[in-house]
Ligand binder design. Structure first.
Ligand code: TXE
Length: 495
C-alpha cells in the first residue's frame, strides 16, 4: 500500500516532494500512516533566503495591525470549524485519547483571537525623557523566525507560537516534530484561506537532528523558539549564540503536586489523577511528583492506587478511553528503565510498572505509581510518561524543600483548603508557573515558561508577543540647541 505523502508547505503551496521521506506512525497501532519530507540543508537554506525576501517586501511585516487582526481572527474561525477533523488527526498521530484532543483543541482558536487582539491593541510608549524631547518606543517585527515544535501537543504548541509571531509581523519557518507533523502541515492552507500572504508561513518536515539542525544553523534567522528537550536546546544553542540569534526555550519539567491535609482525600486523589495522567504523563508540566503530607498519606495512597488501577487504558479513538498510547517504543523503554531503576533504589511499585498493548499492538505503558524518597532518580529526573513518583512529606517545610530540589522549574501545584498555607507555599516554590488548587490551567493571556533547566522566555501573553518584536526608540527634539562647540556656552546639553 502506498502511504499518503504530505509535502512541505512553502510559498503558499505544498512543494514538490523531497527526495527523502520519513514515515509517520500511529503509536496506538504501530501502523505507518503517512510520509513527510525529510528536508535537506540546501532546501532549508533556499526556503529561508526566499522567506527573507518575503519579510523585506513588507506585505505582512509592514501590514497595518488591523489587517493582521483580520487575518488571525479569520484563521481562528476557520480553525474552530475544523476542530473535529483536527482532533481525529491528533489522536491518530499522537495516540492520545480523543476526549483529550477534543477538549484541548476546542480552545486553541482562542490563541489566534488573543494574539489578533494584541496586534490591534498593543500600544507603544512615550518615555519620561528629560527636557523638550519626545521619545517614542515602537515595536517592529524581528524578521524570519524559526519555531521548532514537539509531538505531545502538536497543534496547541504550534498555534501558540504562530499566533504571537504572526501577530507581530514576522515570517515563520515552522518545523513540527517528525513524530506528529500531520496536523501542523495542514495549517498552511488554513492560514492562506484566512488571507495570510503566501510565503509568510513556511512549514518544513524532517528529523530534528537533520532538518531542525539545518534550520537552527541558518544565519538569517532573527529568533528561534523551541519546545523540546534540554539536549536539543544544548545542540542548537552554540551556533545560535555565535550567530547572535536569541532563543526562547520551553523544555522539560518535574512538576511537584503538593497535597495538604486540609483536603478531602477523595478530592486530593482526583487532583493527583488529573495532574499526573493527562497525555499519559507526556507533558512538560505533568504532575510527576506527588508530595503528600503524612497526615493524609495512608488513605490517599490507598484510594489513589485503586483509582489508577481502574483507569481505562485503550484505543485512543474510543471516547471512553482515559489513557492512550505513549509516543514510541523508545518511550516504552524509557518508562521501563525508570521503573527498574526505581525498584533497585528501594522504590515500591504500587501499581502498573510494565509495558502493555491494546488489541495486541501499539506502544502502551501501564499507569504507574511508585512510592519513593526524595533524591531518588525517579524523584529528580523527567520520565515524560505515566510513571509517577509518590513521596511522603512530614511537614510543610519539607514539602517546599522537596518541591524545589530538582534542576527543573516549570510548573507546580499547591492544593490546600488553608488559604494562608496555599499562598505561603506557592510563594516559596521556585517555578515559572504555580497553580493553587489547580493544575494544567492555561490561557493565551497567561505567560507560560520555566526557569533553570526548564528553559527561558515565555509563550503566551504580552510577554510572548513582545518577544517577537524589537524596540525602536525614536528621540524627537523640539528645544535642545546644538550649541556644544559654540564658544563659552554654559550648561550646554550633550546627552
Ligand atoms: O524532544 P526533541 P523529544 C522534552 C521532554 C522529553 C524530551 C525529549 O523532556 O523527554 O524533550 O522529547 C526537534 N536541532 N519535551 O525527543 O527531540 C525535533 O525534531 C534542531 C518537552 O520528542 O527535543 C522536534 O521538532 N531541532 C516538551 C523538537 O526539536 C531538533 C515537549 C522537539 O524534539 C534537534 C516534548 C536539533 N539537533 C519534549 N533535535 C514540552 N515542553 O512540552 C530535535 N529537534
Amino acid at each position: 500500500m502506498t502511504l499518503p505523502h504530505v509535502s512541505n508547505w512553502v510559498n503558499g503551496a505544498h512543494a514538490s516532494s523531497a527526495s527523502h521521506h520519513l514515515k509517520v506512525i500511529n503509536p496506538a497501532t504501530g501502523a505507518e500512516i503517512a510520509t513527510i519530507d525529510a528536508t535537506s540543508r540546501e532546501t532549508v537554506d533556499d526556503i529561508i533566503l526566499k522567506s527573507l525576501d518575503t519579510f523585506k517586501n513588507g506585505k505582512w511585516s509592514k501590514a497595518d495591525p488591523s489587517e493582521r487582526y483580520a487575518v488571525l481572527s479569520k484563521a481562528a474561525v476557520l480553525l474552530r470549524a475544523r476542530i473535529p477533523e483536527f482532533a481525529e488527526l491528533e489522536t491518530e498521530q499522537t495516540g492520545r485519547p480523543i476526549r483529550e484532543m477534543r477538549a484541548q483543541l476546542g480552545r486553541i482558536p482562542e490563541w489566534l483571537e488573543y494574539f489578533a487582539s494584541l496586534a490591534r491593541t498593543h500600544e507603544g510608549r512615550v518615555t519620561p525623557f528629560k527636557g523638550p524631547v519626545i521619545n517614542t518606543l515602537t515595536r517592529l517585527p524581528l524578521g524570519v523566525v524559526a519555531q521548532i515544535t514537539p509531538w505531545n501537543h502538536p497543534l496547541l504548541i504550534a498555534t501558540k507560537k504562530l499566533g504571537a509571531a504572526l501577530a507581530a509581523g514576522n515570517v515563520v519557518i515552522l518545523k513540527p516534530s517528525e513524530m506528529a507533523p500531520l496536523s501542523v502541515l495542514k495549517l498552511g492552507a488554513l492560514f492562506q484561506e484566512a488571507g495570510l500572504p503566501d510565503g509568510t508561513l513556511q512549514i518544513i518536515g524532517g528529523y530534528g537532528r537533520e532538518t531542525g539542525k539545518y534550520i537552527c544553523e541558518n544565519t538569517h534567522l532573527a529568533k528561534i523558539d523551541l519546545t523540546g528537550g534540554l539536549l536539543t536546546y544544548q545542540a542548537i544553542a552554540g551556533k545560535a549564540g555565535e550567530n547572535m540569534i536569541p532563543i526562547t526555550a520551553e523544555l522539560g519539567g518535574k512538576a511537584p503536586v503538593c497535597l495538604f491535609p486540609s483536603l478531602d482525600v477523595t478530592y486530593a486523589v482526583k487532583a493527583a489523577l488529573f495532574a499526573s495522567f493527562i497525555a499519559s504523563g507526556q507533558t512538560c508540566v505533568t504532575g510527576s511528583r506527588l508530595l503528600v503530607h503524612k497526615d493524609i498519606y495512608e488513605p490517599f495512597t490507598e484510594l489513589l492506587v485503586k483509582r489508577v488501577k481502574a483507569f481505562r487504558v485503550g484505543d485512543p479513538k474510543d471516547t471512553k478511553t482515559q489513557i492512550g498510547a505513549v509516543i514510541s517504543q523508545a518511550s516504552v523503554t524509557r518508562c521501563t528503565d525508570f521503573v527498574e531503576r526505581a525498584a533497585k533504589e528501594g522504590g515500591n511499585v504500587l501499581c502498573g510498572g510494565k509495558p502493555t498493548s491494546v488489541n495486541g499492538q501499539g506502544f502502551f505503558f501501564e499507569p504507574t505509581i511508585i512510592e519513593t524518597t526524595r533524591g531518588s532518580n525517579l524523584s529528580c529526573n523527567e520520565v515524560f510518561g505515566p510513571v509517577i513518583a509518590l513521596i511522603k512529606c512530614d511537614s510543610e517545610e519539607e514539602m517546599i524543600e522537596v518541591a524545589n530540589e530538582t534542576s527543573f522549574a516549570l510548573g507546580a501545584s499547591v492544593w490546600s483548603n488553608d488559604f494562608n498555607q496555599a499562598h505561603r507555599v506557592a510563594d516559596k516554590i521556585d517555578s515559572g508557573i504555580v497553580w493553587i488548587n489547580g493544575h494544567h490551567l492555561n490561557d493565551p493571556s497567561s505567560p507560560w515558561g520555566g526557569w533553570k533547566e526548564s528553559g527561558m522566555g515565555k509563550e503566551n501573553g504580552i510577554e510572548a508577543y513582545e518577544s517577537y518584536t524589537k524596540v525602536k526608540s525614536t528621540v524627537m527634539n523640539y528645544g535642545v540647541q546644538p550649541t556644544w562647540f559654540d564658544d563659552e556656552i554654559e550648561n550646554a546639553r550633550y546627552g
